[in-house]
Design a protein around this ligand. Structure first.
Ligand code: B12
Ligand code: SF4
Ligand code: SF4
Length: 388
């Protein structure tokens, strides 16, 4: 609802084309990099989505399954709405790749995008001269955002499944403002500019892109390090390499991103202090010794809170194991005392991977005291791999 005083008295005369033009001008003024408009309706990729769920590709992301019916038609999540303004906000920056995915280095994009979309809603209401039913979505509801974004002309589905735009690459967030307002729509993006390229498929360390535009999320490092609230399957730990949170590899190798890396212009997306080194070992060590209180301060407003401190410690242990430095044995040995069983068992795996005599001592030392059967098994397996 908007205040009567802020309504534009000449607004009733605005045509859908004029309202669309004004909405786009507002969106760009708010800092969005791309804007397009689509009519809501049946999702063109609904069948692909259902097949993906059916094949078990979503793993433990059960919320996707629950919203599956609504995802088939973008009019359903907010009944009464007819059109969507779809926006993109660049987050790539010029920093080199590192252990934390680019999107997660600064403040939570949901908050940044949501505030901008709410302001856009207010401005559209002002232009229309009336309160308009609507709602912003940034991952927050059962909408196939990439489907809508393609229909609004923002880009094509890359073979890595990310939406790609010829001028922006793929390091951008998507946001959707659904409205009960007729707006002139844009032409969908019809071309497939991937051509014969398969770089992303070849570069994926866990072979998670099982076919062009089909991701097995259960193998994706982004899923494993962020969404999976359990032990990470052992065969996927080594391929995780030095990634602590999320993964950008299939985007980093994409020629469309190589050409369009640009300066970060949203200050909220600048890396926070604890991540400033962009160095896997430094950050992993810091995480493994971090207290809950320190975590709350260092990661206030960060999307990384989604993994919780124990999840980040689990990931950090894998990374130290993969780096394989004897100098990290004391940190990992201390983590064998962590209250979270998963942190203890992943630290055991990491020590086994380092494989030095001091690592073996730490594993043997903990085995007698370990009360959790699953962790004891991990300690034994790590010792077994060391031959004793
Ligand atoms: C669940 C989810 C994940 C899951 C699963 C990802 C996936 N590819 O499905 C995980 C945790 C792995 C993940 C990872 C990432 N995510 Co994510 N994720 C989502 C979320 C919430 C839903 C996506 C979804 O519905 N997946 C199900 C599959 C089936 O849909 P889809 O991947 O979008 O695929 C569509 C097309 O590829 C097409 N399609 C499928 N098969 C075929 C076949 C053909 C022939 C054709 C033509 C089309 C086609 O149909 C599908 C449905 O529309 C969206 C937000 C949203 N509500 O849409 C963000 C979103 C897709 N994620 C985003 C980001 C930034 C990421 C990461 C880059 C983060 C990171 N660095 O770690 C990675 C990228 C990994 C990757 N290669 O995709 C952005 C992507 C922006 C962009 N430019 O595309 C989104 C849109 C969030 C946002 N609001 O900005 N994510
Ligand atoms: S985000 Fe990483 S793990 Fe996931 S598909 Fe891309 S390269 Fe593979
Ligand atoms: S790396 Fe190649 S195939 Fe993959 S998304 Fe980019 S252009 Fe398409």
């Amino acid at each position: 609802m908007i205040a009567q005083a802020s309504l534009d008295p000449s607004a009733a005369s605005h045509s859908p084309a004029e309202l669309a033009r004004l909405a786009k001008a507002h969106a760009y003024a708010l800092g969005f990099d791309l804007v397009g408009i689509a009519a809501l309706g049946p999702a063109e990729t609904a069948d692909a989505f259902d097949a993906w769920i059916e094949a078990g590709r979503a793993g433990v992301m059960h919320y996707l399954e629950r919203g599956a019916g609504k995802r088939r038609d973008s009019r359903l999540p907010r009944p009464g709405t007819t059109h969507a303004i779809v926006v993109a906000l660049d987050y790539g920056g010029r920093e080199p790749s590192g252990p934390v995915a680019r999107y997660a280095r600064g403040d939570d994009y949901h908050d940044v995008m949501d505030a901008k979309l709410r302001e856009l809603h207010r401005r559209v209401e002002h232009d229309a001269g009336r309160a308009i039913e609507g709602k912003p979505y940034v991952d927050t509801g059962p909408l196939l955002e990439r489907d809508l974004a393609r229909r609004a002309g923002l880009g094509w589905f890359g073979k890595n499944t990310n939406l790609l735009n010829p001028a922006l690459g793929s390091f951008f967030f998507l946001g959707v403002l659904v409205l009960d307002l007729e707006l002139e729509t844009d032409a969908p993006f019809e071309a497939d500019r991937c051509g014969t390229c398969t770089r992303c498929i070849e570069a994926c360390p866990t072979n998670a892109i099982v076919a062009p535009r089909e991701l097995d999320a259960t193998r994706c490092i982004s899923y494993l390090t962020i969404e999976l609230k359990d032990d990470i399957p052992e065969e996927l730990r080594a391929p995780i390499g030095e990634l602590i949170y999320g993964c950008d590899i299939c985007q980093e190798v994409c020629p469309w991103n190589v050409s369009f890396t640009r300066e970060l212009k949203v200050p909220e997306f600048s890396p926070r202090e604890v991540l400033a080194s962009n160095d896997a070992r430094t950050i992993a060590r810091e995480l493994l010794v971090m207290s809950q209180e320190e975590f709350s301060v260092a990661f206030k407003g960060s999307p990384m809170k989604r993994a919780k401190l124990w999840g980040l410690k689990r990931n950090a242990a894998i990374v130290l194991g993969n780096i394989g430095s004897e100098a990290d044995v004391p940190t990992l040995a201390a983590a064998l005392e962590d209250p979270e069983p998963s942190v203890r068992s992943h630290s055991a795996w990491a020590l086994g991977r380092i494989g030095s005599p001091s690592a073996a001592d730490a594993l043997r030392g903990r085995l007698a005291a370990e009360g959790e059967a699953s962790v004891a098994r991990a300690l034994e397996a790590a010792l077994g791999a060391l031959g004793g």
